[in-house]
Design a protein around this ligand. Structure first.
Ligand code: GLP
Length: 269
């Protein structure tokens, strides 16, 4: 795992945008996995800025989002589809018909969404770069603690903790979905490269469990220890509970020197 710690969330977003830009430079028709939540918003703003400056284009990109609430229509402002349109898709040149979320149309059978979504990802050639946030309880996507570490896209019941964490985003009286359809942990692990962003002190416990804890379904993000190409970008508050912090800083200095001399290939994971 490459763990990079920055003084603030803005620098985290900038590094993340650099990785997306590098991916699109190497492969303009890349398949990108997008995430929602407040954390990636700064990354999306960076990407929009770079698109406007002409340094990158999403014209040939296909995208798959991690998850979508079940039981709210795509045009509901609380849907993740609406979030992605508002925060990102409307501001760049991505072809909206190439953007996918695992939503279930009203009246549709939610159990059928997962296998269809998996087939679409496969047909697109698999995900080249998956962007992830991190739940305070260690979830990735909506893979809540106790999720099978081999799971595929499916319906998940949200935990009380997640409902509480996300309740800040709903006005009083507004219905908050209790179920979602999410890529599984196995689906996420199939991505060729993974970029996880976590910022703020509320994430410190989950970050420590993910990076330094045992691999366990109790902290679904800990499975990323088994992926060969993960970059974890965090700010100081999110790094507060890491025990081996000095080592990560030193490894990053060494990695930077190696990358400058030999290119990305030599990056330590
Ligand atoms: C939601 C999403 C996750 C996201 C998490 C953290 O539950 N399903 O994909 O990573 O929230 O969100 P935030 O970045 O707002 O803390």
């Amino acid at each position: 795992m490459e763990v990079v710690i920055y003084p603030d969330a803005q620098r985290v977003a900038r590094h993340g945008a650099g990785l997306v830009e590098a991916m699109l430079g190497a492969k303009p028709a890349a398949v990108l996995g997008f995430a929602t939540g407040s954390t990636p918003i700064a990354l999306y703003r960076q990407l929009i800025g770079r698109y406007r400056a002409g340094s990158l284009s999403f014209k040939k990109v296909t995208s798959f989002n991690l998850d979508e609430y079940l039981g709210i229509a795509p045009d509901n402002p609380q849907s993740y589809r609406a979030f992605m349109d508002r925060e990102f898709f409307e501001h760049v040149d991505i072809d909206r018909s190439n953007t996918h979320l695992p939503g279930c149309p009203p009246g549709g059978n939610p159990q059928k969404v997962g296998p269809r979504y998996e087939a679409m990802i496969r047909e697109a050639g698999g995900i080249d770069l998956q962007i992830l946030g991190l739940g305070q309880n260690g979830h990735i996507g909506f893979n809540e603690p106790s999720s099978s570490l081999a799971s595929r896209t499916r319906v998940k019941t949200l935990t009380p903790r997640t409902l509480e964490d996300n309740s800040r985003l709903f006005k009083s009286g507004e219905a908050q979905p209790r179920l979602a359809i999410t890529m599984g942990i196995g689906t996420i692990m199939d991505a060729r490269r993974i970029l996880l962003l976590a910022t703020g002190e509320s994430k410190a416990g989950a970050v420590a469990s993910m990076v330094e804890g045992p691999v366990s379904a109790t902290c679904p993000a800990s499975i990323l220890q088994m992926h060969e190409s993960v970059t974890v970008l965090i700010d100081e508050p999110a790094a507060a509970l890491l025990k081996n912090r000095e080592y990560y800083d030193r490894a990053n200095r060494e990695n930077r020197a190696l990358k400058e001399r030999f290119g990305e290939f030599y990056a330590e994971r």
